[in-house]
Design a protein around this ligand. Structure first.
Ligand SMILES: *[C@@H]1O[C@H](CO)[C@@H](O)[C@H](O)[C@H]1NC(C)=O
Ligand SMILES: *[C@@H]1O[C@H](CO)[C@@H](O)[C@H](O)[C@H]1NC(C)=O
Ligand SMILES: *[C@@H]1O[C@H](CO)[C@@H](O)[C@H](O)[C@H]1NC(C)=O
Ligand SMILES: *[C@@H]1O[C@H](CO)[C@@H](O)[C@H](O)[C@H]1NC(C)=O
Ligand SMILES: *[C@@H]1O[C@H](CO)[C@@H](O)[C@H](O)[C@H]1NC(C)=O
Ligand SMILES: *[C@@H]1O[C@H](CO)[C@@H](O)[C@H](O)[C@H]1NC(C)=O
Ligand SMILES: *[C@@H]1O[C@H](CO)[C@@H](O)[C@H](O)[C@H]1NC(C)=O
Ligand SMILES: *[C@@H]1O[C@H](CO)[C@@H](O)[C@H](O)[C@H]1NC(C)=O
Ligand SMILES: *[C@@H]1O[C@H](CO)[C@@H](O)[C@H](O)[C@H]1NC(C)=O
Ligand SMILES: *[C@@H]1O[C@H](CO)[C@@H](O)[C@H](O)[C@H]1NC(C)=O
Ligand SMILES: *[C@@H]1O[C@H](CO)[C@@H](O)[C@H](O)[C@H]1NC(C)=O
Ligand SMILES: *[C@@H]1O[C@H](CO)[C@@H](O)[C@H](O)[C@H]1NC(C)=O
Length: 442
C-alpha cells in the first residue's frame, strides 16, 4: 500500500485506469494471468528483417513442431516489423500488406493457433515503426481493437521509433507507453479477449526502463539491438548484470532476441548466450532461419534442464553475480562481464560460470560466496550441459578448463551436513567467532 503514496503524485496526470491497475499488481508487476514465466518462441526480425510473409510464418510454425521446438516449450510465433501497409484504411485501421499477407491476419492467426501456438505482432508507440510503417500514437485503442480483438493476436512487441516532438507528446519515457497499456487493459477487462495480451516493451535507449517496466508490461528491453557477435553478447550480459533484481514473475529484463544460428559465434559462445539469457530469465525468442538450423543450434535451444530453470514457476529470480572474477566486483566492462553467478530455483541453487577470457581457465568458487547456499552443508552437483551428476561439493567447486567464452551451468542440492573436521571453520566470513568470543581467521 505504501506504493500508492510513492507513485500517486507522479501519476496524477494519468488515467484512473492505470492507477487502478498499479494497485492490483504485486511488487513483481503486471500479474494479469499471462506470462508469469518468460515467453518462449520465435521472432522474425533477427534473420528475416522485412522479408516476411504469411507463408514464412506458417512454415516457421510447422518447423517449430517438426524440429521439436514446440515440445520443448517454444509456443509463440511472433511477427516483427514490416507486416503492414504503409497507409491506414479510410477509417483509420491498420491493414496487413495486401501482397505478403494477402489472406489477412485473422486467417493467419487462426492457422497459427490451429498449430498450437500463440501469435505475436509488432507495433510502435510513435508516428511510425522503426521501418516506417504506421505507429500507434493516438490510435492506441483502435489498434488494440484491430490487432487483438479483430485479428486474434496474443502478444505485442511495442517499439520506440518516431516519437512525437515534446510539445506534442508531453510525456516521459514511461508515459509514452501508458496509452497502449491502458488500451490492452481495457480490452482484457471489457470482454473483448479470452486472455489478456502479453505486452512487451521495446523501450531501448537510456530510460531506466527496469525501474518502471513492470507497471506496464511483461518484459522490457534493456539495451539496443543484439548482434550475432560475441562482443554484443558480452556487452548485454554486462549491462544486465547490474539490474537483475528488476526481474520477477510477470515482469522481466528482456535481453533481446536470440542470435543462435546466426553470424559466427562459436559453439561455446552460443551456449553461453543461451545459458545467460535463460538463467537471467529473459524471454527466449529464436531468431534464426529454421529451414537451415543445425543440429548443434537445435541441441542448445532444446536443453530441457536449462529451459526448466527459465520457466521455473516457483522461484522467479534471475541469477545474479556474486563475484565479477577477472575484474573487481561491480566493475562495468562490456568485454569482460561478471563471471560467477548464482540464483535460487525450485530444485536447488543454480550456478553459472562464464569464462570471459580468451583462453581456457579453471573456475573456482567457495559455495558460501553464493547467498543461496547454507554454510556447513555439502551439496550434490548436477551439470546442466553434460546432463551428469558430478559428485558432492564440500566448501568449494572447481570447473576445470572452461573454454574461452564458454559456460558452466550447475544445480546444487543440499545433501546433508559437511564432514566433520573441515578447516577453516568458516569458509568466507571475516567475523566468525567461537561462543567464548575468540575470533578465528577466515
Ligand atoms: C498513402 O497516403 C498518402 C498521404 O495521404 C498518399 O499521398 C499516398 O498516395 C498513399 N499511398 C497509397 C499507396 O495509397
Ligand atoms: C486461410 O486462407 C486460405 C486461403 O484462402 C484458406 O484455404 C484457409 O482455409 C484459410 N484458413 C483459415 C484458418 O481461415
Ligand atoms: C474495449 O476496449 C478497447 C480498448 O480500449 C476499445 O477499443 C473497445 O471499443 C472496447 N470494447 C468494448 C466492447 O467495450
Ligand atoms: C566474428 O566476426 C567478428 C567481426 O568480424 C570478429 O571480430 C570475431 O573475431 C569473429 N568471431 C569468430 C569466432 O570468428
Ligand atoms: C533459409 O534456409 C533455407 C534452407 O537452407 C534456404 O533455402 C533459404 O534461402 C534461407 N532463407 C534466407 C532468407 O536466407
Ligand atoms: C541432425 O539430427 C537428425 C536427427 O537426429 C539426423 O537425422 C540428421 O542426420 C542430423 N544432421 C546432421 C547434419 O548431422
Ligand atoms: C525440478 O525438477 C522436476 C522433477 O525433475 C522437474 O519437473 C522441474 O522442471 C524442475 N524444475 C526446475 C525449475 O528445474
Ligand atoms: C575490461 O577488463 C579487461 C580485463 O580485466 C581489461 O583489460 C580492460 O582494460 C577493461 N576495459 C575497460 C574499458 O575497463
Ligand atoms: C576446498 O574445500 C576443501 C574441503 O572440501 C578444502 O580441503 C580445500 O582446501 C578447499 N580449497 C580451497 C582452495 O579453499
Ligand atoms: C561433470 O561430469 C561430466 C562427465 O564426467 C564432465 O563431462 C563435465 O565436464 C563435468 N562438469 C564439470 C563442471 O566439471
Ligand atoms: C575460499 O575460501 C578459502 C578459505 O577456505 C579462502 O581462503 C579463500 O579466499 C576463499 N576464496 C574466495 C574466492 O572466496
Ligand atoms: C574459546 O573456544 C575455542 C574453541 O571454540 C578454544 O580453542 C579456546 O581455547 C577457547 N578460549 C578460552 C579462553 O576458553
Amino acid at each position: 500500500m505504501r506504493r500508492i503514496f510513492v507513485v500517486g503524485p507522479r501519476l496524477a496526470s494519468f488515467s484512473i485506469g492505470l492507477i487502478g491497475a498499479i494497485l492490483s499488481r504485486g511488487v513483481h508487476g503486471l500479474s494479469n494471468g499471462v506470462a508469469k514465466v518468460p515467453v518462449l518462441g520465435y521472432n522474425t526480425w533477427n534473420f528475416f528483417q522485412c522479408n516476411i510473409d504469411q507463408d514464412l510464418i506458417i512454415d516457421t510454425a510447422n518447423l517449430m513442431v517438426s524440429l521439436g521446438l514446440q515440445d520443448a516449450g517454444y509456443n509463440y510465433v511472433n511477427i516483427d516489423d514490416c507486416w503492414a501497409e504503409k497507409n491506414r484504411s479510410s477509417t483509420g485501421e491498420l491493414q496487413p500488406d495486401s501482397v505478403r499477407f494477402s489472406r489477412g491476419m485473422k486467417n493467419l492467426t487462426d492457422q497459427v493457433h490451429a498449430l498450437g501456438f500463440k501469435a505475436g505482432i509488432y507495433g510502435d508507440s510513435g508516428w511510425f515503426t522503426c521501418a516506417g510503417y504506421p505507429g500507434s500514437f493516438e490510435h492506441e485503442d483502435q489498434d488494440a481493437q484491430t490487432l487483438f480483438a479483430d485479428w486474434g493476436f496474443d502478444y505485442l512487441k511495442y517499439d520506440n521509433c518516431a516519437i512525437p516532438f515534446d510539445t506534442i507528446i508531453q510525456q516521459g519515457t514511461m508515459g509514452k507507453y501508458v496509452p497502449m497499456s491502458n488500451a490492452l487493459q481495457n480490452l482484457a477487462t471489457n470482454g473483448s479477449l479470452s486472455e489478456p495480451v502479453v505486452f512487451s516493451l521495446c523501450q531501448w535507449g537510456w530510460s531506466q526502463v527496469w525501474l518502471w517496466g513492470a507497471r506496464l508490461g511483461h518484459s522490457w528491453r534493456t539495451t539496443g539491438d543484439i548482434s550475432s557477435q560475441w562482443s554484443s553478447i558480452a556487452s548485454i550480459i554486462n549491462f544486465n548484470s547490474f539490474i537483475t533484481q528488476a526481474t520477477g514473475f510477470y515482469g522481466r529484463n528482456d535481453m533481446d532476441m536470440l542470435q543462435l544460428g546466426n553470424g559466427n559465434m562459436t559453439f561455446d559462445e552460443a551456449k553461453t548466450h543461451f545459458t545467460a539469457w535463460a538463467l537471467m530469465k529473459s524471454p527466449l525468442l529464436i531468431g534464426t532461419n529454421l529451414s537451415a538450423i543445425t543440429n548443434e543450434t537445435l541441441s542448445i535451444l532444446t536443453n530441457k534442464e536449462i529451459l526448466a530453470i527459465n520457466q521455473d514457476s516457483v522461484e522467479p529470480d534471475a541469477v545474479s553475480p556474486f563475484r565479477w572474477g577477472i575484474n573487481p566486483d561491480w566493475t562495468s566492462n562490456s568485454s569482460f562481464p561478471a563471471q560467477y553467478w548464482s540464483g535460487p530455483s525450485e530444485n536447488g541453487t543454480v550456478f553459472m560460470l562464464i569464462n570471459t577470457l580468451d583462453t581456457p581457465s579453471d573456475m573456482f568458487f567457495n559455495l558460501t560466496e553464493s547467498p543461496w547456499i547454507r554454510a556447513g552443508r555439502q551439496y550434490s552437483v548436477r551439470d546442466l550441459w553434460a546432463h551428469t551428476d558430478n559428485g558432492t561439493a564440500v566448501r568449494n567447486f572447481t570447473a576445470t578448463s572452461v573454454p574461452s567464452h564458454g559456460v558452466v551451468a550447475l544445480l546444487l542440492n543440499d545433501s546433508g551436513e559437511e564432514p566433520l573436521g573441515i578447516y577453516p571453520q568458516c569458509a568466507v566470513w571475516f567475523s566468525c567467532s567461537s561462543e567464548n568470543g575468540t575470533y578465528v581467521d577466515g
